[in-house]
Design a binder for this molecule. Structure first.
Ligand SMILES: Cc1ncc(COP(=O)(O)O)c(C=O)c1O
Length: 397
């Protein structure tokens, strides 16, 4: 007869299963029981398939990664604890003291911090370039440049980078191209097929699509992949099982969400562009967008869920718009089923000086819209409410 103290801590005995579950189980276990030291050795050295320790590998990450490999046409991929962890894995696996990195000046703010000040702390030099200006890209490459980083669609003004041309120039100079594909997703763009060497996604955004997961993905191929799994394990960047399980569930509807959100975004952009109370609309699907033809070619006639628009009247007007557009939550993230609004000056780009923001084309009246999967009529009616409120020039209460 065992005492409760000896019964309860026993490892769970799994029920024998005559049938397979249709939905994937979640495997929260941090460690796996091995038959023998030989087996543990074989699994840990990669000679035998299997799991030993969650930080190195777990089934829920493998299930998610298997789908992402196909989506991106990648040979290798790893899930990480966040998008920033995926970018950190790229830094830690590809760069060392004495190397240089060329960085698009239009990267997400935290990415600029990582590839700028943080890399410089490790003795990695960093040079900025304009992703839409090839001469500026070439000028940023030094004999020590090992990696160049660019976003497929930049934040918040949705400039589009010509990935095939950037990859060609990078390779002529023996530089690897890392692409942050978060705004495009593999539904619009598969950068590895255009020549990129590494692709990163913030799975927290459209890939998962429900604002309930923090997760990243790094994809790649060839020799440069060799150090990636080691960097993820040694620097503790790995994903968790529950997050991977949720993201795999979200991924099942990526194509439906992106299709609807892209159609809604085009309708919303056209509506805003036709309104005299709006100074300018940035959306790659509008003929007025400077990279419209490139976007059309590179994304196969769809232009994504992100757009920006600019109100006269600066921050006060943006504030009035946000208060009046009660059906569009103001939350500074993106890529989910609901349409949401962000104000770059006070959130994503608050770390920049007013002059730096002005150079990027961001003013107090700039708003970024992440378009969701509601009906286009709903989104347009919600925007109309915002515009009416913004134009009502009374004092902000
Ligand atoms: C374009 C882009 N890249 C990377 C990141 C970082 O991803 P995460 O928040 O999952 O770390 C973000 C987050 O907003 C982003 O917008």
């Amino acid at each position: 007869m065992h005492r409760p103290d000896d019964i309860c801590p026993q490892p769970d005995l799994l029920p024998p299963l005559a049938t397979r579950p249709h939905a994937a189980p979640i495997y929260p276990t941090s460690v796996w029981q091995c038959d023998s030291p030989d087996q543990a050795d074989a699994i840990l050295s990669g000679q035998q398939a299997g799991y030993v320790y969650q930080r190195d590998r777990h089934p829920n990450a493998d299930l998610l990664v298997a789908k992402c490999l196909e989506l991106h046409g990648a040979e290798r991929a790893v899930a990480t604890s966040s998008g920033m962890a995926a970018l950190s894995a790229a830094v830690l696996s590809q760069l060392k003291t004495g190397d240089d990195v060329a960085v698009s000046r239009l990267l997400y703010g935290k990415s600029l911090l990582l590839f700028g000040a943080e890399c410089e702390r490790m003795g990695i030099g960093s040079a900025l370039f304009d992703p839409c200006d090839l001469a500026s890209f070439e000028a940023a490459l030094t004999p020590r440049t090992r990696l160049a980083v660019v976003e497929t669609i930049a934040n918040p003004l949705v400039q589009v980078a010509d990935l095939a041309v950037l990859a060609k120039i990078a390779h002529q100079r023996n530089v690897l191209l890392l692409v942050d594909n978060t705004f495009a997703t593999p539904y619009l763009c598969r950068p590895l097929e255009l020549g990129a060497d590494l692709v990163m996604e913030s799975v927290s955004k459209m890939m998962n699509g429900h604002s309930d997961v923090m997760l990243g993905l790094l994809c790649g191929r060839g020799a440069q992949w060799a150090r990636v799994p080691l960097a993820v394990s040694a620097w503790g960047l790995a994903s968790g099982p529950f997050e991977c399980w949720l993201a795999a569930r979200g991924l099942a509807t990526l194509h439906l969400r992106m299709e609807r959100a892209s159609a809604n975004a085009l309708a919303a952009a056209r509506f805003l562009a036709a309104d005299p109370r709006v100074v300018r609309v940035d959306y790659p699907g509008l003929a007025t967008h400077p990279q419209h033809a490139l976007a059309d070619r590179q994304f196969g006639g769809r232009f994504g869920s992100m757009l920006a628009f600019h109100l006269p009247g600066g921050r006060a007007a943006a504030e009035r718009f946000i208060r009046a557009a009660t059906r569009i939550p103001f939350c500074p993230s993106l890529g989910e089923v609901s349409t949401t609004l962000s104000h770059p000056e006070s959130t994503s780009h608050r770390g920049l000086s007013p002059d730096e923001r002005a150079t990027l084309g961001i003013s107090g009246g700039t708003l970024r819209l992440s378009v969701g999967v509601e009906s286009a009529e709903y989104v347009i009616a919600a925007l109309a409410e915002g515009l009416a409120g913004a134009a009502d020039n009374g004092p902000v209460s």
